[in-house]
Write a protein that binds this ligand. Structure first.
Ligand SMILES: Cc1cc2nc3c(=O)[nH]c(=O)nc-3n(C[C@H](O)[C@H](O)[C@H](O)COP(=O)(O)OP(=O)(O)OC[C@H]3O[C@@H](n4cnc5c(N)ncnc54)[C@H](O)[C@@H]3O)c2cc1C
Length: 548
């Protein structure tokens, strides 16, 4: 086949993962073109002044603890391309329904004092978790952000733990966060700092794996904070784009890709919505959600039936309602110390978190929404005029209710009532408000299918080698030369560049003579996993495929 234009790699989607992959491939000397459907790059890392001139709000993600900690993003030296992290005076506050608050600061001793006020001894127990992190944290991060299996960092982790503690750490990794809180602490403060951050995923406090996620997020918060890019989340994207261009990469926005062209089981090219065909000599890297990539862009006819059967079991994460307010003054919190925190969790104690996640699972409107709130001007004073505040928040809804206008209206009311209860006078301070419904989120970024924010559930049965479907936990797909780079791939959602970095590393690994042997091994393993007949027991609609 001949193409009017041809690149070593075509990256589909300019979310941060696509941009990370493009940067790494361009660094390796590949010619790279990124094609983005929307008119602006960034996917779910974009900001706007739609609240008014001089006011910046993040349309999707806002705080990047994993981004600051990620060896992938740190390796790109984005500060040399305009990224500056900004920190609030305190990292995170969990505000309890009774008005008490646990506050996490970047100084672990300050956090310890806050949780100790809930129960004497909890401060020391918190410092114990921090010490565990300091012993293991960099090996954990290295393991998390490597293509699977993370052999070298895994061995390093084992060496640091020793044989006795390795088994104990394995148990720790299995714990539900409710249980970790009960084992480690006596008071609600520390328990809720862990559980609230565990709910940045869609796990409930009772779910195995939620403890280690809560520990990861809080400990990263201790050591790196929950920073926000100075000037808005779009500044992270701008730095990635600037870096890509300086490395020779190209990017074209307003160019949706509608097909990945496969011949001889190899991704050869992409076709855009306008009909242009662009060749990919070595790789097509897809920063696209898994069902859309495989069923719409690649097409079932190009995939093994066993793989399609697994894809039917794919589970989305819940739907999301996103809210933004411009306030004429800072939030008038009844609990003053909450005003220092960049991120605020509110609306639920431990049982409230369980009720909330149960409602999401059972398809009922959470009567008491759990809110993740950002005080953006507190985190970054450039976001709005002096003496004002930009609030950013989201809460989840069951996917089955995402299109119900009455439910959405009631949930907005419930959220604003909650804020008014904890900060009387809040409503009077609102000078502008932007609501982003699940459908609105999806319209603005095709990967946020039905308002899902994490590229699929983070429950343990869809993590590691089960992400996005049972396989290798690697970015290689059943189609040669096609790599999955989005949050649908291990290590999943969040702005940290893990999936993009892994996809680029895999593409580089498979090219050239030295990669040929390892490449053959990966292909053989994939063929074994997806060979054999479709054993499907689910009807095709079970996994809510692309229409979301
Ligand atoms: C409301 C909300 C709040 C969040 N808060 C946080 C937070 O505070 N911290 C955090 O770390 N994470 C947060 N997240 C999660 C995080 O934003 C995502 O996990 C992350 O952005 C995923 O990055 P990605 O590159 O995989 O995909 P995306 O950012 O979704 O980018 C995918 C890109 O591909 C493009 N695209 C899709 N289809 C096509 C096509 N056919 N052709 C061309 N282009 C296409 C899309 O337009 C988009 O630009 C939040 C997400 C949301 C929605």
């Amino acid at each position: 086949m001949t193409y009017r234009s041809r690149y070593d790699a075509v990256v589909v989607g300019a979310g941060h993962n696509g941009l990370v992959a493009a940067n790494l491939l361009a660094d390796a000397g590949w010619s790279v073109l990124v094609l983005e459907a929307e008119d602006t790059p960034g996917g779910a890392a974009r900001s706007t002044d739609a609240l008014g001139p001089g006011w910046v709000t993040d349309l999707f993600s806002a705080f990047y603890p994993l981004g600051a900690a990620s060896p992938v993003l740190r390796g790109l030296d984005l500060h040399e391309h305009g990224l500056t992290w900004s920190h609030a005076p305190a990292v995170l506050a969990h505000l309890l329904p009774d008005g008490r608050a646990a506050v996490m600061s970047r100084d672990p001793h300050e956090t310890a004092a806050s949780v100790d006020a809930f129960a004497a001894g909890d401060g020391e127990a918190w410092l114990d978790l921090v010490r565990r992190w300091d012993r293991l944290g960099d090996a954990v991060l290295d393991a998390l952000f490597q293509p699977f299996p993370p052999i070298r960092p895994g061995l390093d982790l084992l060496r640091r733990l020793g044989p006795g503690d390795a088994a104990r750490f394995a148990r720790f990794a299995m714990l539900p966060v409710r249980r970790l809180g009960e084992e480690q602490f006596r008071g609600d403060g520390a328990r809720l700092l862990l559980a609230g951050t565990a709910l940045h995923s869609d796990m409930s406090p009772e779910e195995p794996g939620s403890a280690v996620f809560g520990w990861l997020m809080t400990m990263v918060g201790q050591r790196f904070g929950f920073p926000a890019p100075r000037g808005g989340s779009g500044m992270l994207t701008a730095a990635l784009v600037r870096r890509l261009r300086s490395a020779g990469g190209e990017i074209r926005c307003g160019t949706p890709v509608e097909r990945i062209l496969v011949r001889g089981n190899r991704a050869q090219a992409v076709r855009t919505a306008s009909g242009e065909v662009i060749g990919a000599r070595r790789a097509v890297v897809a920063d696209i959600d898994a069902p859309t990539l495989f069923l719409t862009l690649v097409g079932a006819q190009n995939l093994p039936s066993r793989f399609l059967d697994d894809l039917r079991r794919f589970q989305w994460d819940p739907s999301t309602l996103k809210l933004n307010w411009a306030l004429s003054a800072p939030m008038p919190w009844k609990t003053a110390e909450v005003g220092r925190a960049g991120t605020v969790h509110l609306g639920a104690d431990m049982d409230g978190l369980s009720d909330y996640t149960t409602a999401l699972t059972t398809g009922r409107r959470p009567a008491k929404p759990f809110l993740l709130l950002g005080q953006m001007t507190t985190a970054d004073p450039t976001r709005s005029p002096h003496g004002t505040e930009v609030l950013w928040a989201y809460t989840h809804l069951p996917r089955s209710l995402r299109g119900d206008a009455d439910i959405l209206r009631r949930q907005v009311e419930a959220v604003e009532d909650l804020l008014e209860r904890h900060a009387p006078g809040f409503r009077d301070l609102v000078v502008n408000r932007i609501l982003e419904t699940p459908a609105g989120l999806n319209d603005a970024d095709g990967n946020l299918v039905g308002g899902a924010i994490n590229g699929g559930t983070a429950k343990i049965f869809q993590e590691l080698i089960f992400r996005p479907v049972t396989g290798l936990g690697r970015p290689e797909t059943p189609v040669r030369g096609l790599y999955l780079a989005s949050a649908a791939a291990h290590p999943g959602g969040g702005v940290h560049g893990g999936p993009g970095g892994n996809a680029a590393k895999a593409a580089l690994l498979h090219s050239g003579v030295r990669g040929a042997l390892r490449s053959a091994g990966v292909r053989l393993a994939l063929r074994t996993i997806y060979s054999g007949p479709d054993r499907g027991v689910l009807p095709p609609a079970a996994a809510e495929l692309p229409s979301g």
